[in-house]
Design a protein around this ligand. Structure first.
Ligand code: NDP
Length: 289
């Protein structure tokens, strides 16, 4: 039997609606809308599309939004000064620096991300937020893995007690996903490029998360019958064609539920960001009372 298709647009609409209701309640209670500032350095076309989508979503949901476009040759000190300014700006509750950064400052990405006030770090990349996530405290959490967990819950897919396998151990997806799944009481294995017999490990999973950036790497023989397969990968395989990390057509015949690419996890990321902005705003405004 063919798998249930977990359509990103359905869950994204639900998450955005939540954010819209909460943004309106914040405006009503505190007299200010939640505010997001996105800094983009240089002219990376993919980054420009992502930033436009974030700005548009804010406008739709009643979230104040500023896009700060800095030239390609921006020096580290100029970028840090801009972050300091936004850290002190009362209209702004969430700050994100769109990655990747141009090459002259890419090596300083950690220092730049650490300059953001952790309370405004809506990407959840600041070590203080990472530490809180690892120790099970309330934290701003990276949007893509958080969106996946929210999707599983909304779809009624049980996580508690399940075997979960994540392929990929990046700071943006794999590692936060490990902690989020563990928090939901899954038993989690994380695979990476040194994992031996990855196919056999993947096949043990009730919930299999592919986040490696290798088109169609996960094949039907690596998936347990009835498993939930979450495909985080976004790979451009032709000028106008995207593929995930999962061989969707074959795996959907084995899996119980599966996210497509495009049209799956990618749509959850911005919707979850909107929820992070609202969460950050609420905490900051509550603290100012
Ligand atoms: P990274 O390149 O940072 O990490 C990839 C991970 O996959 C690494 O841990 C790497 O292992 C592992 N890996 C690579 N090749 C193999 C292999 N052959 N076998 C086992 N493990 C392997 O990628 P990201 O986490 O940033 O992104 C992963 C994918 O998700 C990409 O396609 C990206 O475009 C997409 N993405 C999608 C988002 C969305 O909104 N849907 C958001 C973020 C990312 P090792 O550590 O050993 O090198």
């Amino acid at each position: 039997m063919s798998a249930r298709i977990l359509e990103g647009k359905v869950f994204a609409a639900e998450f955005k609606n939540d954010a819209k209701i909460k943004a309106a309640a914040i405006k009503e209670k505190y007299g200010v809308a939640p505010g997001l500032a996105v800094i983009i350095v240089g002219n990376n076309p993919a980054s420009e599309v992502y930033v436009r989508n974030k700005h548009k979503s804010c406008e739709e949901l009643g979230i104040y939004s500023e896009v700060i476009a800095l030239p390609e040759e921006t020096a580290k000190e100029e970028l840090l000064a801009k972050i300091d300014e936004l850290n002190n700006d009362k209209k702004i509750h969430g700050i994100l620096v769109q990655l990747p950064l141009p090459k002259q400052i890419a090596a300083c990405s950690d220092e730049i991300l650490e300059r953001i006030n952790p309370a405004k770090d809506v990407d959840g990349f600041h070590p203080q937020n990472v530490g809180k996530l690892v120790t099970g405290q309330d934290a701003l959490t990276p949007c893509t893995p958080l969106g996946c967990i929210r999707m599983l819950k909304s779809a009624g897919i049980e996580i508690d007690g399940k075997r979960a396998v994540i392929i990929g151990r990046s700071n943006i997806v794999g590692k936060p996903m490990l902690h989020l799944l563990m928090k939901e009481n899954a038993t989690v294995t994380v695979c990476h490029s040194h994992t031996k017999d990855l196919a056999a490990v993947a096949k043990e999973a009730d919930i299999l998360v592919a986040a490696m950036g290798k088109p169609k790497f996960v094949t039907a023989d690596m998936v347990k019958e009835g498993a939930t397969v979450i495909d985080v990968g976004i790979n451009r395989i032709a000028p106008k064609k995207l593929a995930g990390d999962v061989d969707f057509e074959a795996v959907k015949e084995v899996a119980g539920a599966i996210t497509p690419v495009p049209g799956g996890v990618g749509l959850l990321t911005v919707a979850t960001l909107m929820n992070n902005v609202v969460f950050a705003a609420e905490k900051q405004l509550e603290g100012e009372k």
